[in-house]
Design a protein around this ligand. Structure first.
Ligand code: MN
Length: 436
């Protein structure tokens, strides 16, 4: 897909808040989500973010604001999940994007009176998950994260032998994926307090977060078929932010030999807006630069085009003490989607190479997007070297792991000179104490 009028950096919206410098949701973004008016008891329905407003796709469709393919897409997004729109393939969401870009563009100010009745202020809305997530697979795509995480298990050879050949992943839990703002309950599980001590049943003592990019599948594939690498990207409906909350002590004891289970499945938070693949078009970049001597990807994972995306994701922490003192959240990590050794297209193709079928609304996580330097590490496991060195916050507090009342928030932007930058909204959650 190429750049078109919907990406034109000169274009503005008649909704002034969309034109502000640094706005998350300018005319060039138009992410999709599911919302309703706060406390209204209304049925959730699809919407598109523009400035500080949400365009209600259900009411816009009922009022026949759109026509042709865009109207069909809006109809498919009028219910409580976007799965039907996702399953129509990216042609449908692109038609909707083109029509909305036109209707909300400054040059269409004459349509303002027709469009305005379908706008809801974001501050009056609550967001839900954007779709029904059938399956959730979480990858392990940053070589820096994989090396740092492997160091305590295999100090001499931290990177597993398969890493440079396989986009490694595990099947995570779809039922416990929640949207921004949902509380995160500290989990219970089996932990081993020391290497020579017997395991006990306890509340998690090593709670962590992981900075990841998420993405949703649009049109899937039939069981027994696979998605070739050059078609893989177009099966991605769009992107979100994803916090793969992790109980390191539960994970550490349970993961041999089969990998993460209860240490991950208690909760995953996503940002509720889906930034479409079309909106990401200007922010493409080269694949991760493999070191000289690294193996080339096998042919089935070798794409003809660049597969990287330049998305800066920051992680902020706010503690009860900070909040009581009226302080602002502190940034403790700045990661980037470019840090993935494997591209999102390679993840899609590898997932289906055995004939596994993907379905509209399936969720993928990239894995923790740590970079090589201090300040770019995307989880406490890496920052505190598995809890051995405390992270000091701006107010002097220390954290080895997350404590009750801590709030973790991810925000992200894609920027490129000559283009209008876009934001992703917020992916946040506060830790609540374990149940008694
Ligand atoms: Mn993860």
């Amino acid at each position: 897909m190429a750049l078109d009028d919907t990406h034109d950096p000169k274009r503005k919206s008649w909704i002034e808040t969309a034109n502000a410098a640094g706005a998350e949701f300018p005319l060039q973004n138009l992410p999709l989500g599911v919302f309703r008016r706060k406390g209204s008891g209304e049925a959730p329905r699809g919407g598109v973010a523009i400035g500080d407003r949400i365009l209600d796709l259900a009411s816009a469709h009922r009022a026949r604001l759109l026509s042709g393919d865009a109207a069909q897409a809006a109809e498919a997004a009028s219910g409580p999940t976007l799965n039907r729109l996702m399953g129509m393939g990216n042609g449908a969401s692109r038609a909707l994007r083109r029509a909305l870009s036109e209707a909300l563009g400054a040059e269409a100010a004459s349509r303002r009176s027709a469009v305005e009745p379908h706008l809801v202020a974001m501050r009056d809305a609550e967001m839900t998950l954007p779709c029904e997530i059938g399956d959730f697979s979480d990858f392990f795509s940053s070589i820096h994260h994989a090396t740092n995480a492997g160091r305590s298990l295999r100090p001499d050879n931290p990177l597993a032998a398969n890493f440079k050949y396989i986009p490694v992943a595990y099947h995570s839990r779809a039922s416990s994926v929640v949207a921004d703002g949902a509380p995160v309950r500290r989990p219970h599980g089996q932990i081993k307090p020391g290497s020579s001590e017997a395991p006990i049943h306890s509340a998690c003592r090593a709670l962590d977060c992981e900075v990841e990019l998420g993405f949703y599948i649009g049109a899937g594939n039939a069981l027994g078929t696979s998605i070739p690498i050059d078609q893989a990207e177009d099966r991605i409906f769009g992107f979100c932010l994803l916090n793969d909350w992790s109980a390191r002590d539960i994970q550490g004891w349970e993961s041999t030999p089969l990998g993460p289970f209860l240490g991950k499945s208690f909760c995953t938070t996503v940002s509720p807006w889906i930034v479409t693949l079309a909106a990401m078009e200007p922010f493409r970049c080269a694949d991760y630069a493999r070191a000289a001597g690294d193996p080339a990807p096998l042919p089935y994972l070798t794409a003809k085009t660049e597969g990287g995306f330049d998305i800066a994701i920051e992680a902020l922490i706010s503690t009860p003490k900070q909040r009581q003192a009226g302080g602002t959240p502190m940034r403790f990590a700045l990661c980037n989607a470019r840090n993935g050794y494997w591209t999102v297209a390679q993840m899609v193709t590898h997932h289906t190479v055995n004939g596994c079928n993907l379905r509209p609304g399936d969720l993928f996580g990239t894995g923790t997007l740590s970079g090589p330097e201090a300040g770019t590490l995307g989880c406490l496991l890496e920052i505190t070297k598995r809890g051995s060195e405390a992270m000091t916050l701006a107010n002097g507090e220390e954290r080895r792991w997350l404590e009750d009342g801590d709030e973790i928030t991810f925000r992200a932007r894609a920027e490129k000179p000559g283009h209008v930058g876009i934001g992703f909204g917020q992916c946040g959650g506060r830790i609540e104490p374990a149940t008694a």
